[in-house]
Design a protein around this ligand. Structure first.
Ligand code: CA
Length: 253
């Protein structure tokens, strides 16, 4: 019984595909493009950023990068300067000419004032000198995204559950819940669509950015883990399974 709890209404945007777009707007699913011709570096960045919860695409040269960046609405582009075909500066200039506002983090091998000034003139948001530690790149990425994050939807609440979208933290009754980044996205998706039954396919497509036709088992497995953390220790259960339909987050059962 939680009748005395104050519940802040969850806010939704008006989108055709709210399951994906609202999350992007809330910067929970962040699409990142890595334009890097060195295969090892590209793979390493993709792996690290994916583990940090980002959805990552790779382009191996300037032309492919430019093409992808014009096709897909990325939140952030990590753009190497030294690329075959069109170099990073050229790609950046073309993107800005085309009115693309994605955040751009340039990777440059040379730290000269000239390069730096040129990058900012062309519309780069930040740059990083190679070689760099992944932790440093991740810190830059987070800082860029934080600066541009819309402030309106910082916290989602339901009963005693609180989701802090900026700090990527969830609590119940003030107790911190230790979630992986995917579990956090999963919980936030449920919270943003609270009261609405989400199918396994919807969840899989949104949280994993993939089309699962058959293997929606991954949803069940992750949902079980999420519940063990969010619901098991508490009397009031918030996540409910709707037989044959999917999952719903709601305070009243
Ligand atoms: Ca390169």
């Amino acid at each position: 019984m939680d009748g005395g709890e104050e519940v802040t209404p969850l806010i939704f945007g008006e989108h055709d595909r709210p399951d994906i777009d609202v999350l992007i707007q809330g910067r929970l699913i962040v699409k990142v493009l890595v334009v890097e011709d060195e295969v090892k570096t590209a793979k390493f960045l993709k792996k690290g950023l994916s583990e940090a919860g980002y959805v990552v695409d790779i382009a191996a040269d300037g032309l492919e990068g430019l093409h992808l960046a014009l096709e897909v609405d990325f939140d952030l582009i990590i753009l190497d300067v030294m690329l075959p075909g069109q170099d990073g500066w050229h790609v950046l200039a073309r993107l800005r000419e085309a009115g693309r506002k994605a955040l751009v983090l340039m990777l440059t091998a040379r730290d000269t004032v000239h390069e730096r000034v040129r990058g900012f003139e062309l519309g780069a948001d930040d740059y990083l000198i190679k070689p760099f530690a992944f932790s440093e790149l991740l810190a830059r990425v987070r800082s860029l995204l934080r600066r541009s994050t819309p402030r309106a939807q910082d916290t989602l609440r339901m009963a005693d559950l609180e989701i802090d979208l900026l700090r990527h933290r969830a609590t119940r009754a003030g107790q911190k819940i230790d979630l992986t980044s995917k579990e956090f996205v999963l919980l936030t998706l449920l919270a943003r669509r609270a009261g609405e039954v989400l199918s396994r396919t919807q969840i899989a497509e949104t949280v994993w950015d993939m089309n699962f036709d058959s293997d929606t088992n991954v949803v069940d497995v992750n949902m079980r883990r999420l519940r063990s953390k969010v619901d098991d220790p508490f009397q009031l259960k918030l996540i409910r399974t709707v037989r044959g339909a999917g999952y719903v987050l709601e305070a009243e059962q």
